[in-house]
Design a binder for this molecule. Structure first.
Ligand code: TXA
Ligand code: MG
Length: 299
């Protein structure tokens, strides 16, 4: 399917990706159409090994250090494009930079090796909606628009990769599955924040994103009448979903998108979702980032 320019959804350790040949204008255009994604939002290019990323992007000493520490794994680097990168210009939305990642999931690794080229792969959900962490999430929303989905079970990390911009001072472009603290320790410097008011070069930077149908109330101490509850840690007497009874942020990240979907279905037409406070460190930063965007005004 991929060699013929078709789209194949596949599991990564973070979320399911919607893969297409990153060198093919037609395949990449089909990804944007299938997701309903605005074309100014560039895609992440996935490769099997770091050496393949060097054919696409220019690595400096910081990129070398992060790649050898954290690839394969849930980290994406934004780097200047290499001279003969061979990518469709649609992948990068004509930017002079490219986002590259080496996923750790064995199915993603096997697919990339078998295909033998770079795969553009955004999360396999309609633009602006909750990301998929299981094959049936993908089928529920993209069936009929893709050639296939490879079922690899539930994703272990559950939130998207952390995106680090290295086309200047190191910046955190999106908190994700690799904690910011680990990246800063490896670089020996603090990461700058993505500048407020800068153009959204990542869809995850758009204010409303990862959104279910039901409205969401954050930092809730318990459900109000008509609300479906998503807890964290032990809450007296609160029935419903719980991201992690033992207050484990890794477990909570893995459960986040599936529980948002379950709560959305439970809330129905007129209901709402209330979510307990989540500590803002480690993977909690990525969870809170996704929850804030899921709760943001729509439109
Ligand atoms: O974990 C992940 O990263 C998943 C799995 C499938 O690998 N992929 C993913 O892709 O989250 P997507 O398309 O949903 O998010 C890609 C993000 C977007 O926020 C996009 O704007 C940003 O990467 N991005 C891509 N190229 C960029 C560039 N050149 N500069 C800045 N941001 C870029
Ligand atoms: Mg996405």
């Amino acid at each position: 399917f991929l060699a013929a320019g078709g789209l194949v959804a596949f599991p990564t350790e973070t979320v399911y990706g919607l893969g297409g040949d990153a060198r093919s204008d037609r395949a990449v255009a089909t990804i944007f159409d299938a997701k309903g994604r605005p074309r100014f939002n560039p895609l992440i290019v996935h490769v099997a090994i770091a050496e393949n990323a060097r054919a696409i992007a220019r690595f400096d000493e910081r990129a070398d250090r992060l790649a050898s520490a954290f690839w394969p794994g849930p980290m994406t680097l934004v780097l200047p494009l290499a001279v003969r990168h061979g990518l469709s210009p649609l992948v990068t939305a004509d930017l002079p930079t490219v986002a590259v990642r080496v996923p750790a999931h064995p199915v993603a690794q096997a697919l990339l090796s078998a295909f033998g080229g770079p795969l553009a792969a955004p999360s396999a959900n309609p633009s602006g909606r909750v990301s998929p962490t299981r094959a049936d999430h993908v089928l529920g929303e993209l069936s009929g628009r893709i050639a296939a989905v490879i079922d690899g079970g539930a994703c272990a990390v559950g939130v998207e990769s952390t995106i680090v911009g290295l086309d200047g001072p190191a910046r955190l472009l999106r908190p994700g599955g690799l904690p910011r603290e680990a990246i800063e320790a490896c670089l020996g410097t603090a990461l700058a924040e993505h500048g407020e008011g800068a153009l959204p070069t990542a869809p995850g930077q758009l204010r409303s994103h990862y959104a279910p149908d039901a409205p969401i109330r954050l930092e809730a101490t318990g459900p109000l009448p008509g609300e479906t509850w998503i807890g964290f840690g032990r809450h007296e007497g609160a029935a419903g979903l719980n991201l992690s009874v033992g207050s484990d942020l890794v477990e909570a990240a893995a459960n986040l998108f599936h529980m948002l979907r379950l709560a959305d279905a439970a809330a129905g037409r007129n209901g709402a979702i209330a979510v307990a406070p989540i500590p803002d460190h480690g993977l909690g930063r990525a969870i809170n980032d996704r929850l804030r965007r899921a709760a943001a005004p729509r439109g």
